[in-house]
Design a protein around this ligand. Structure first.
Ligand code: CAO
Length: 423
């Protein structure tokens, strides 16, 4: 048994945010049926192509363990099939542009009429308010959610981060909303709407910066480098480079080889509890009793000098040596790992966080497996479906179409290329 076995998900998602969510549900055992436009499918199938003719890595890495049905949900027969899917499924997940489902004739009111137990979960760029009608992509969400204004260097423009906190981050939020609503349904017997706006999801991940905004109103942010540099603060939280976002100061420091290797760096945290060991390791034992360095408060205006001194030591070691020396002393450090190093990491392979998947069109490729481990619900990553691969199977086995009924739907054109598969 998988954790979500028996749960049927009508997956009306595309691009990244929604598919991230439904992929997680599939990994936890739900039967995820991805509804795609005939002949076209999720736009990402054909975006960022690396192998001509094959589904892209963009698509395959976000749609494992799902079934695909091609269905024109705007035709009469397509609407009929969609209605039966809504009747049958426990959850409908979508991330269309605002209003698209209503235009299709399947707004929340109608969906509830069809199946009062269904949970309808949506990603939108913004929640109700002045921007609710906007289409949104990842970087817009990072900008509108407070991440870009607080990322990067103080004297440079705002920066977006490579981590897809707007898309994948919101997909995670949505998945939590769905399983929570499923749990509530076991008591209430009713479905409900779940909404995860991308702006809200990014802001949730930027919670510490809203904390700092309020701290700024009562004085300078002393743990920011800017404070030690004597540069006055403005009225909003500044970008703080690689300063730690928490109460323990940290920086990215050069390691041996930094001149040629763009990732020969370590993140080094001068955690108060480990300060004396830091002093010993870097050859500054006298700092332990020096009143200018002995306490966290005394160190705040001197952080640039302190980290420059630590860096003189880290530059004599490679990033893994720094880790090997500091970890046993409980000094929190972490190497800056490249994607190449992560792809080759044996432990991540063993835990299934990095997996090799075989695909009929593209052969073997690497993917990120399920990052959440349930001891009673192990995950086997299965390749993403080809467009419409399961159309007939879903019509027949899930919705009960057979004989003339099945032929009528296939002949209508509502299910596109699946007709060929049936013949
Ligand atoms: N059959 C028939 N029509 C279908 C269909 C199907 N199976 N699936 C989708 N369509 C139609 C939709 O109904 C819509 O038609 P209308 O515009 O006539 O209502 C149309 O396809 C396009 O949908 P869309 O507007 O959602 O797609 P887009 O490419 O123009 O916009 C995006 C993409 C992501 C900007 C937009 O969907 C959006 O803002 N989504 C919400 C926020 C979000 O999730 N952003 C994350 C994007 S990256 O993860």
């Amino acid at each position: 048994m998988k954790a979500l076995e028996g749960v049927k998900v009508l997956d009306f998602t595309h691009v990244q945010s929604g598919p991230t969510c439904t992929q997680l549900l599939a990994w936890f055992g739900a039967d995820v049926i991805k509804v795609e436009r005939p002949g076209v499918g999720d736009a990402t199938r054909k975006q960022l192509i690396d192998k001509p003719g094959a589904d892209s890595l963009y698509f395959t890495m976000l749609n494992h363990n799902k079934r695909s049905i091609e269905l024109n949900s705007k035709s009469a027969e397509g609407k009929e099939v969609l209605t039966r899917l809504i009747e049958t499924c426990d959850v409908l997940v979508e991330n269309f542009a605002p209003g698209a489902l209503d235009r299709m004739g399947f707004g929340w009111e109608r969906i509830q009429e069809i199946n009062p137990r269904i949970i309808m979960a949506s990603v939108k760029g913004f929640g109700p308010g002045k921007y609710e009608d906007c289409k949104v992509y990842e970087n817009i969400a990072q900008c509108a959610g407070g991440s870009a204004s607080t990322t990067g260097w103080r004297d440079d423009r705002p920066l977006v981060t490579g981590a897809q906190i707007g898309d994948s981050g919101t997909g995670l939020h949505l998945a939590l909303g769905i399983v929570t609503a499923l749990y509530q349904r076991t008591h209430s017997g009713r479905g409900q709407r779940v909404l995860a706006p991308m702006q809200d999801g990014v802001l949730n991940l930027c919670r510490v910066k809203l904390r700092d905004q309020q701290r700024l109103e009562v004085g300078p942010l002393e743990e920011y480098s800017q404070y030690g540099e004597g540069i006055p603060f403005g009225d909003s939280v500044p970008r703080a480079g690689n300063d730690s976002g928490g109460g323990q100061p940290g920086r990215i420091l050069k390691c041996k080889g930094w001149e040629t290797d763009p990732n020969a760096y370590t993140y080094f945290i001068t955690q108060a509890a480990a300060w004396e060991k830091v002093c010993d390791v870097i050859g500054k034992p006298e700092w332990k009793d020096d009143l200018d360095y002995a306490t966290p408060k005394a160190r705040l205006p001197r952080l640039n000098h302190i980290f420059a001194t630590i860096e003189e030591w880290t530059m004599t070691k490679d990033k893994f040596e720094v880790m090997a020396i500091c970890n046993p002393l409980d000094i929190p450090v972490g190497p800056i790992l490249s994607m190449k190093e992560i792809a080759e990491d044996e432990d991540l392979r063993k835990t299934g966080t990095v997996v090799e998947v075989d695909h009929p069109e593209r052969g073997k490729y690497l993917s990120v497996g399920c990052p959440i481990k349930l001891s009673d619900s192990p995950v086997e990553v299965e390749r993403s479906p080809l467009l419409g691969e399961h159309t007939v199977e879903v019509l027949r086995d899930v919705l009960g179409y057979d004989g003339e009924g099945l032929a009528r739907i296939l002949d209508s054109g509502a299910v596109g290329a699946a007709k060929l598969a049936a013949e």
